[in-house]
Write a protein that binds this ligand. Structure first.
Ligand code: ADP
Ligand code: ZN
Length: 692
């Protein structure tokens, strides 16, 4: 077993027979500083999660398992008795031992290499001296390389773009020496936020300090990493899920020893120890992947970044074109300073956005006539076209047109998606797959795929625009980072002219030749029960729209909908993202949802349909809820049956964070102590993103 020592004591109540000796100390020097430890302890307390699992999240697996240790060397020193011996003549009869001891003492200790250089053979004499209690050895790390000074780090200083006035103001606001506090860099897509980060990082490096840049998913945004590597003439440590365990441990160590002064990483990189940290950037701060939503330790890397910065006096910059309502609320409260980049950098102008009423136009296989004409126009003008659809697969349903049978998942309250390429049906909730039946199992009539996924849209586009190559971006088509890179390359080279894809396409890509963006179906999210669905939809639309017209040629965005008068779409079109957030914040306030209240949610599931609800009812009854704290539910989850388990949830809500925290501190241990069937699972999520 490998453990992490966080403190030690001289005495214990544990009976002696139960104590075990430490077999080996893996790290000669602590891996984490006192401040790093404090952050982890705070996180364990705030998220009410066992501190050991919090450490497990923070430390790379290879280090936790004692693989890939810091290289150590044996270091020899005389003992106190050995020092005394040097004066007398105890070792008169052992001149070689004496010579060794004298040498070691004269050099204030030596490592193996130094002794190898000084003596032909010394190991047996060293052993004899150790047996006499005159010499001792310990393991110590190799001298860590000196931290490089990076005064002139801007590799391309001569060729940098001239900052726009807004960028200039942002850089000035973010570069004073001894700057502290938290900032929201609220810049429309293409406004040059990354350029601002790089200028500020350059300043930070020139002061001999290091920068931590968090991003949602490096696999999806390789361009960010690339841009930093190209710009700075210094090692960059990248920490993300595409690394092997050893690579991750190496990168982590490069950051922790100060050899890499720029650390770019995804969620868990927020815990990386970084000496002389001088800046934390959270790019695309609104992105939901900053919140760990599965597994044990459900934390928000964005929130922990703010906390880390505050505790260590390091400025934190949250950047986004579509800031979260939380961050905008924090601006109103004065907790974040608002820095705006209202215009695109360079010659790019904002795209023109319009809705297409799908009820008013003929629709061919999911594409309405006006969109089809627009695609034709943009392609003929030599540009690229991007179509966004939040649905993988060929069709979301397989339907019998005679008896209306729909292929269901046997483990979930869900329909199976048709995957044409693999000729299978798949459940997007539990991952189950089934062969695709050709005839209806109920009446024997023919089955037809109903609706459109990316795979089907790709087929339709190939049929409508046979002269233009289509590139499909989704998890089924691009499973590996390498495939994604190649697809991006085909877009940049111009080989691909039409891009169709899911969420994957909305993230941070810079495709200068895309001038038309089509949102094929925005409607699924308009009527979701999750209070955050509107915010996420608005962010997605604005982000995907931001892919249009990022260079010289102006962009156009067309959104297909059955509900053109829906208030979300109209505020977004009339008032832009700021107009949307203003009204969305008022709604949240009126409905008592975050950021105006604090939430925690307990999700439970069981094989028995009633098990989770019963457990949560009993949990709710454990303690009377104190003033200002409300327990709501339990209720079955929106999709109650998933992967053969029945899910339910209980909400804990308070207007004040401290009240909620005080209640959880008392209540969670009581819930943990409850008797529950073995099949029951539950987890607490503080500040949940999804309340479905
Ligand atoms: P964001 O991160 O806000 O989406 P980027 O930093 O990616 O924006 O910038 C968008 C594009 O504009 C990039 O190609 C970038 O090189 C370019 N750019 C950024 N700042 C300037 C500037 N001041 N002048 C000209 N081009 C710029
Ligand atoms: Zn399923």
């Amino acid at each position: 077993m490998v453990g992490v020592v966080v403190s030690h004591s001289e005495t214990t109540d544990v009976p002696e027979g139960k104590l075990r000796a430490v077999e080996e100390v893996l790290d000669a020097q602590p891996l984490l500083s006192a401040a790093d430890l404090e952050l982890l302890r705070w996180a364990a307390e705030y998220y009410h999660h066992p501190v050991g699992q919090v450490f497990a999240t923070a430390l790379p697996l290879a280090l936790r398992e004692g693989r890939d240790r810091q290289p150590l060397q044996r270091f020899w020193e005389p003992t106190a008795a050995g020092q005394e011996t040097l004066a007398g003549d105890t070792l008169r009869r052992a001149p070689r031992q004496k010579a060794l001891l004298v040498h070691v003492a004269a050099h204030a200790g030596c490592d193996d290499a130094a002794l190898d250089a000084a003596f032909d053979s010394w190991r047996s004499h060293a052993r004899a001296l150790v047996a006499r209690g005159l010499l001792q050895s310990r393991q110590q790390p190799f001298e860590s390389a000196a931290i490089p000074s990076l005064a002139a780090s801007d590799a391309q200083a001569g060729t940098l773009p001239v900052l726009t006035p807004a960028q200039q103001r942002a850089v000035e606001q973010l570069t004073p020496a001894e700057l502290q506090g938290a900032f929201l860099l609220d810049g429309v897509t293409g406004s040059g936020k990354t350029e601002v980060y790089m200028r500020v990082v350059s300043e930070v490096l020139s002061r001999g300090r290091a920068a931590l840049i968090l991003c949602p998913e490096i696999g999806l945004t390789p361009q960010l990493l690339e841009r930093f590597e190209r710009r700075f003439d210094t090692p960059v440590a990248a920490l993300h899920s595409g690394l092997t365990d050893t690579e991750r441990a190496r990168a982590w160590r490069a950051a922790a020893t100060g050899q890499a002064r720029i650390v770019i990483g995804t969620r868990s990189a927020v815990f990386t120890p970084i000496p002389q940290l001088g800046l934390i950037v959270v790019d695309e701060e609104h992105d939901s992947s900053y919140k760990q939503q599965e597994g044990g330790f459900r934390y928000s890397a964005r929130d922990l970044a703010l906390l880390r910065g505050q505790r260590s006096g390091v400025p934190v910059v949250l950047g986004s074109a579509t800031p979260s309502l939380e961050s905008l609320h924090n601006v109103h409260l004065g907790r974040l300073a608002h820095i705006e980049l209202p215009e695109r950098a360079g010659s790019a102008v904002p795209p023109r956005v319009a809705l297409i009423d799908m009820r008013a136009h003929p629709v061919h296989k999911g594409i309405a006539t006006p969109l089809r004409h627009a695609i034709q126009r943009h392609l003929e003008a030599g540009a690229q076209v991007l179509l966004y659809l939040n649905r993988r697969g060929y069709a979301p349903t397989l339907l019998c047109q005679s008896c209306s049978w729909i292929a269901p998942c046997s483990s979930c309250d869900a329909r199976l998606t048709v995957h044409q390429g693999r000729d299978r049906l798949a459940c997007h909730h539990c991952g189950a797959e089934a062969p695709r039946p050709t005839r209806c199992p109920r009446c024997g009539y023919e089955l037809h795929p109903l609706g459109h996924g990316t795979e089907r849209v790709e087929e339709t586009l190939a049929e409508l625009f046979p002269d233009f190559a289509v590139e499909r971006f989704d998890r089924d088509n691009l499973r590996q980072a390498r495939q994604l890179e190649q697809a991006i390359e085909r877009v940049h080279s111009g080989a691909a002219r039409i891009l169709v894809g899911t969420q994957m396409l909305t993230k941070g890509h810079h495709f200068p030749d895309v001038t038309l963006v089509g949102v094929l179906n925005a409607d699924q999210s308009l009527f979701s029960t999750d209070f955050r669905a509107a915010e996420r939809l608005a962010q997605t639309i604005v982000q995907v729209a931001g892919r249009a017209g990022r260079a010289e040629r102006p962009g156009e965005v067309l959104i297909q909908t059955q509900y053109p008068e829906h208030p979300l779409l109209s505020t977004l079109l009339d008032g832009g993202y700021a107009g949307f957030t203003a009204s969305a914040l008022m709604e949240r306030d009126a409905a008592h949802w975050p950021p105006f209240v604090r939430l925690a949610i307990v999700r439970a599931s069981d094989l028995n349909p009633e098990g989770a609800l019963e457990f949560l009812r009993a949990a709710k009854a454990l303690l009377p809820s104190p003033t200002g704290v409300h327990l709501r539910g339990p209720v079955p989850a929106a999709m109650s049956k998933r992967a053969d388990r029945y899910h339910a949830q209980l909400l804990v809500e308070s207007a004040q964070r401290t009240r909620l925290q005080r209640f959880l501190a008392e209540w969670v241990p009581a819930v943990e102590a409850m008797a529950a069937p073995r099949s029951l699972r539950w987890a607490l999520d503080v500040d949940p993103l999804e309340v479905l």
